[in-house]
Design a protein around this ligand. Structure first.
Ligand code: F6R
Length: 609
């Protein structure tokens, strides 16, 4: 959701900025733009649509000599996607140019004030307010101006500015929106996310909330909200840029589906000790966290929430601890009954999802111990939680999550087993058995990937259907919710996920001759019950794609298509059953001509409420 990049150094800025913007495309956007400092002033070029369109316009403008500039991909909030509303936004005299990620909540009040002072607005955005405000407060010291601006703003933002009178200087700040500074040799960059800086460096600092940074080719000065110079810890990216490239696949999504065995393997590898038990001690998570816990609250959005639902079932059945799974946007406003007796587990690939971060803060404020399961290094949730357990899924570029979801599940299993050990609900030997099975899980995911061609064939059969239903019970019900979301967001197919036993209470009226129904039957406790539910679908003409993993004898009349997964412990089946559903969504999306990696209206990192 909106991406910011800035460059200052010896290279031509335009190509570096464009390259950075391409790497930020995955965040989701509808327009793009850049501003370049030149000897003759600031040159701003913007375009509605893709970065490709912007690049065409930049090329059409001829060579623009510039070694410093800012770029932006916009995901519209205030004002429709258009050239006019695209960022950067400039001061009236064009001497200040600014990009913004987030929402300025008091923009109207500020706009009215500035208009009364004679400032003229050219766009419908909240951002333009900040450009004018900066020019009002700017008297040659960008850091001082930015601090003054920040004092006037409400809402969340990351901001970056160039001014015509300070060649080679970028000024930036942030609140509740991500921003990093990449540290190169004689060149530096700012960006919303790591892939954008990897053209020049692997070293970076994370800009903290309220901090203001002055970046030049040779220096990076960080100031706190009171204008006092501070030192920051330098971090180093531990994965390769290849991880953020397509590597011969047609889409990032299919590449990331295929990377799931590695994502799960990496996420558990160092977390099972030599004596075969879960070991999260390097994250500070041990038996004492769960020994006396009253409730566990799992909090997340979208797919991360669905991973959390599977985690809930594992925690409750294995460790016998009551778990509330909460959608983050609801949790924060629900006056939650949470205190120091509780553990709150937040799950987020990006670690920047505004609702999840806000829920984490709410839980902390109420005294709960917080654990964040996060994929992006040094992200806000990772920094703010009491304990962070990273999923080592590597960079996930496709907007729709696949491998990060699988890595989240794996970490949740480890946590649930840790809790079961702490509560004595499983013996050490039982836990060892599950840990051995967990170690084998990546190989079983690998075997499940072999169903890709079969799912492609099924996608060809059903891609024209406008409605699809997913049913499951127990752990399978949690898994089908993720499968259904995938089909909606990637292929724009209406789909719904139901608990198998709920069908007869209403939705079965929608099952007619030829309706595709994806039915999971992997939870052994509920297998027979689910088979009865599937029979009712078949009796009404539904076309059943059955996904199961047991050694069950399958009645040939039960389904139209059968996917038989490798056997594994019941709670780990969610890690296998999701794979065919991901393939189905992917191939149906491809056949329907959808924009697989950047589905319409969606953003990778949802940094607004
Ligand atoms: C769906 C998807 C989203 C995210 C959700 C939370 O494929 O990717 O539903 O799971 O927006 O994002 P994170 O995990 O970054 O907090």
């Amino acid at each position: 959701m909106c991406g910011i990049v800035g460059y200052t150094g010896g290279k031509q800025a335009a190509p570096v900025l464009l390259k950075g913007l391409y790497t930020l495309e995955y965040r989701g956007y509808d327009s793009a733009g850049l501003s370049l400092q030149t000897a003759g002033g600031i040159v701003t070029i913007k375009a509605k649509g893709r970065v490709e369109e912007l690049e065409k316009r930049v090329n059409a403008a001829g060579r623009i000599e510039s070694n410093c500039g800012i770029g932006h991909t916009r995901w519209a909030t205030h004002g429709a996607p258009s050239d006019r509303n695209s960022h950067p936004h400039n001061s009236m005299d064009g001497s200040v140019s600014l990009v913004h990620n987030g929402i300025i909540e008091n923009y109207l009040e500020l706009k009215t004030e500035l208009q009364a002072e004679g400032y003229v607005f050219k766009s419908d955005t909240d951002t333009e307010v900040v450009a004018h405000l900066f020019s009002k407060y700017y008297h040659g010291d960008g850091v001082a101006a930015m601090l003054d601006v920040a004092r006037r703003l409400r809402g969340g933002y990351a901001l970056a500015v160039v001014t015509a009178d300070r060649p080679g200087e970028l000024i930036c700040t942030r609140r509740d929106n991500p921003l990093i500074v990449g540290l190169g040799e004689g060149e530096n960059m700012i960006a919303s996310d790591i892939p954008a800086i990897m053209a020049i460096t692997r070293d970076f600092i994370v800009v903290g909330d309220g901090e203001v940074v002055r970046v030049t080719p040779e220096s990076v000065e960080v100031y706190d909200k009171d204008g006092v110079r501070i030192e920051k810890e330098v971090q180093t990216v531990n994965w390769d840029i290849q991880g953020a490239m397509k590597g011969g696949y047609d889409h990032f999504m299919i590449k990331e589906i295929m990377e799931q065995p590695k994502a799960v393997r990496d996420s558990i590898a160092s977390r099972i000790s030599a004596d075969g038990l879960p070991d999260l001690m390097s994250e500070g998570v041990g038996a004492e966290l769960f020994a006396d816990v009253r409730n566990i609250h799992i909090i997340a959005c979208g797919s991360a929430y669905y991973a959390g639902l599977a985690g809930k079932v594992a925690f409750e059945r294995l460790a016998k601890i009551p778990v509330m799974a909460n959608v983050a946007s609801e949790f924060r406003y629900s006056d939650p009954i949470v205190d120091s007796h509780d553990v709150c587990v937040v799950i987020s690939q990006s670690g920047e999802t505004a609702d999840t971060v806000a829920a984490l803060r709410e839980a902390k404020a109420r005294g709960a111990t917080t654990v964040a399961i996060v994929n992006v290094l040094a992200s806000t949730a990772a920094r703010e939680a009491d304990h962070v357990i990273y999923t080592w899924a590597g960079p996930e570029i496709a907007v729709a999550t696949t491998k990060a979801y699988s890595a989240q599940l794996a970490v949740l299993y480890l946590l649930a087993l840790t809790a079961a050990g702490a509560r004595g609900t499983l013996t050490p030997d039982e836990i060892r058995y599950y840990c051995r099975e967990l170690r084998d899980l990546p190989d079983k995911i690998e075997k499940t990937l072999a169903f890709g061609p079969e799912l492609k064939r099924l996608a060809e059969l059903y891609c024209a259907c406008d409605d699809t239903y997913f049913i499951g019970r127990g752990i399978d019900y949690m898994a089908v919710q993720e499968g259904s979301l995938k089909l909606k967001e990637i292929a724009y197919v209406h789909s719904e996920a139901y608990a198998g036993g709920e069908l007869k209470h209403g939705p079965i009226s929608l099952i007619v001759d030829g309706t595709p129904v994806v039915a999971l039957a992997c939870d052994p406790e509920l297998y027979e019950k689910q088979i009865s539910n599937i029979k009712t679908v078949k009796a009404r003409g539904g076309r059943v794609i059955l996904i199961t993993n047991g050694e069950y004898a399958i009645d040939p009349d039960l389904c139209d298509h059968l996917i038989k997964l490798p056997p594994c412990p019941w709670f780990m089946t969610a890690s296998l059953s999701v794979v065919p559903m991901q393939f189905l969504a992917y191939y149906v999306g491809v056949l329907r001509g959808c924009d697989i990696d950047k589905p319409r209206n969606l953003a990778k990192s949802v940094t607004v409420e």
